[in-house]
Design a protein around this ligand. Sequence first.
Ligand code: IPE
Ligand code: IPE
Ligand code: MG
Length: 233
Amino acid sequence: MNLTNNFPSHVGIIMDGNGRWASKRHLPRLAGHKAGVEAIRRTIEFAEEFGLKVLTFFAFSTENWKRDKEEVEGIFDIVRSYANTDFEELEKRNIRLETMGDISKIPSDLFQKLLEVKEKTKHNTGLILNLAINYGARDELVMCFNNLVKLGKKEITEQDIAQNLYSASLPDPDLIIRTSGEQRLSNFMLYQSSYSELYFTKVFWPSFKKRHFKKALKTFSRRERRFGGNHKN
Ligand code: IPE
Ligand code: IPE
Ligand code: MG
């Protein structure tokens, strides 16, 4: 596959459909979230193979607290066990961990672990693995504007905004993939996605394989991004 001329730097993934994947199999919803971890592993491997710069996973939104306590706790248990098993390897793989969202509100051991691993991997130069946890774009913009107020700004620029978002150190996503057939952003990177290419697939997240990622990248490579400019042909 020739992706050299039009390859994204930053891919954001809205991992949706874990619950439906599970209910189709008469399994509890948490089994779907657990199976979703395998898809995360596959996707990271593929991103490394392709030399992607940034891979963002939308793991838990500011609205996901509305779910049953059992599911919310179960999701954090799964993230915790993923962190305990997989974060060890990040150093060896030269992966830098980043997060987006107010992670101070999640279980404190997991919060500490994320801070620790972010610090430990901050000089790594390979893939940036960006986990959006307790992330919501509206919440992010409110946080951003409050920061700017605290800085005493009377007038703000686009640059001020970009520099005070969670994603300040990252390029905007070139491609956003959403699984499960829903065609919406659900409060994901609303400011940063102004010119992102959107790709929707019906596949439920736990069934997302390398071939699906490849197909999304291939579709992306055929699109012409104009950023408001003229057509090339
Ligand atoms: C996405 O899968 C995972 C999270 C939002 C945490 P869902 O749990 O939303 O799965 P569906 O949409 O109910 O199938
Ligand atoms: C979006 O999925 C959030 C994550 C993938 C973490 P949801 O399942 O929460 O989105 P809606 O409710 O269908 O819009
Ligand atoms: Mg969903």
